[in-house]
Unconditional design. Structure first.
Length: 440
């Protein structure tokens, strides 16, 4: 099938590439010419494990192409996936300007039946707005070409995106048009072979399903983070508690890791967007409001522990920070806890030496030549002359450092671990002060 994907970000590029991988002909459109140039030069603009190889393989096979031409992209696919950003507006609601612009471009240029598929995370009711945008553009041209709108939210995780896309738990299709549903079943047939994972529902329910999934996962994390803070006071160990409750299949072990707050482009934004949608409908989502507040607070937990240890005035001190990305295996720093920590340290007069295996280029883009931030070539280099170490992201390479070298390099042998990487008991044996999240 010929498929167009609009937007070559984390979702669009993965979607387009995976759809090509199973044999479709895919054209990806982005209006950011620099991204298309990178892609046309055989590289990719983001860090996602395995993606570069898959892109190259499918480009070489002639199944995957990239363009900045709206006309070309609209003409190409019978199915048009919209996978553009829906960043938060000033009030926290989702900004739909990119989604509606993409829809208008389709309406402006289409000459035959199209299925317009919204893959971006959008508030309930957006499918109607997408339909309206296409209709308005058709009317301007005095055309009445048939088309369908489908809501097909994406559930992939950055860092594991190819696996999530190729082996989905479920494929949610919100649609009311029989021909569109049939086409969508065909699009996903190759990802649906072992057992039927396709859940067809109405569009509003599909849109809400996406927010419900992210909100539930965020709730689990904030719940555990609050319990971890309590465990700190009570002398209990949150990791033992996780094992104790996760063994109940109604709870499960996943997404129960306490830490220094959830970040990324989605949980914080989607929780707030859902709160906003509810507010517009005169519903006060008390649980989710608390989830968000608890997370904002949790992003300060490392700084609070540093201040409790070294005092409020950190002037002249230097902290090594391991991990800048909001999670491992990505270069994404959107809403990353590292930013809250570093900015908090700077505000108290300290400087930072940071190391991240892939996100340092992104950090340089965000912070430019910030004088209070320097970068190290390796995790161990970051420790040289630092007062103490803070760990924000659980990259694999941080799991078994040389603790003797670490102790020798730090002025105070203290680790503030936002991801609970080490055993507190082992740290005590090593003579390292260890401040983790809810561990004993
Ligand atoms: N990042 C993630 O892990 C996930 C994101 N989502 C959702 O998917 C959507 C996209 O997210 P990301 O891929 O992270 O965004 P992104 O910001 O990485 O990429 C969006 C891309 O769309 C392009 N774009 C904007 N307007 C355009 C237009 N009219 N025509 C063509 N290209 C256009 C931008 O230049 C950019 O390259 C969001 O709604 C997000 O909430 C859903 C699941 C996972
Ligand atoms: O809508 C989205 O964009 C995506 O959002 C999340 O994916 P992602 O943000 O890429 O990454 P996660 O692995 O979910 O991690 C999010 C944040 O939660 C934190 N986290 C995760 C799990 C956990 O147990 N504890 C915890 O603090 C991570 O450190 C990270 O900062 C969801 O997991 C995806 O299903 C969804 O498609």
């Amino acid at each position: 099938m010929r498929i167009t994907v609009i937007g070559t970000g984390y979702v669009g590029l993965v979607t387009g590439t995976c759809l090509a991988e199973v044999g479709n002909d895919v054209l990806c459109l982005d209006l950011d010419a620099s991204k298309i140039e990178i892609l046309n030069n055989g590289d990719i603009p983001i860090h996602e494990p395995g993606l570069l190889e898959m892109v190259r393989r499918n480009v070489a096979a002639g199944r995957l192409q990239f363009t900045t031409s709206i006309e070309e992209s609209v003409a190409f696919g019978i199915v048009q996936f919209i996978a553009v950003g829906t960043p938060p507006d000033e009030d926290g609601s989702a900004d739909l300007k990119y989604v509606t612009a993409a829809a208008r471009n389709i309406g402006r240029h289409m000459t035959e039946y199209k299925v317009v598929v919204d893959k971006s995370t959008v508030p309930v009711g957006t499918a109607d707005k997408v339909r309206q945008a296409v209709i308005e553009e058709l009317q301007k041209r005095d055309e009445s070409i048939p088309f369908a709108v489908v809501s097909n939210p994406e559930f992939l995780k950055e860092g594991d995106a190819l696996n999530d896309f190729m082996r989905p738990d479920r494929i949610v299709i919100g649609a009311e048009d029989a021909r569109a549903i049939e086409l969508m079943r065909n699009v996903y047939a190759q990802f649906n072979r072992n057992h039927d994972r396709i859940v067809v529902m109405d569009m509003r329910s599909a849109e809400l399903t996406k927010y419900a999934a992210n909100a539930m996962l965020a709730t689990r994390i904030s719940f555990m983070n609050e319990l971890a803070n309590l465990a700190d006071k009570l002398g209990a160990d949150i990791e033992q508690v996780r094992l104790g409750i996760g063994s109940d299949p109604r709870i499960g072990f996943d997404f129960l890791y306490a830490g220094c707050g959830y970040g990324g482009s989605c949980f914080p934004k989607d929780v707030n967007a859902l709160i906003n949608t509810a507010r517009e409908n005169e519903i006060d989502l008390k649980v989710l409001t608390a989830v968000d507040q608890a997370n904002e607070k949790q992003k300060h937990v490392l700084l609070d522990k540093i201040v409790a240890r070294f005092g409020a005035d950190l002037k002249g001190m230097n902290f090594a920070v391991w991990g800048l990305a909001f999670k491992p295996n990505t270069d994404d720093m959107r809403a990353a806890t590292s930013r809250v920590l570093m900015e908090g340290l700077w505000a108290r007069g300290a400087t930072v030496t940071a190391y991240d295996p892939v996100a340092m280029a992104e950090s340089k883009r965000i912070y430019g030549d910030e004088p209070r931030l320097s970068y190290a070539e390796s995790s161990m280099d970051a420790l040289d002359g630092a007062d103490a170490l803070a760990i924000v992201t659980e990259w694999k390479e941080f799991r078994v450092p040389n603790f003797d070298a670490l102790k020798a390099a730090l002025k105070t042998p203290a680790i503030f671990d936002g991801r609970n990487l080490y055993s507190p008991e082992f740290m005590r044996e090593q003579g390292i002060e260890y401040y983790a999240i809810g561990r004993r």
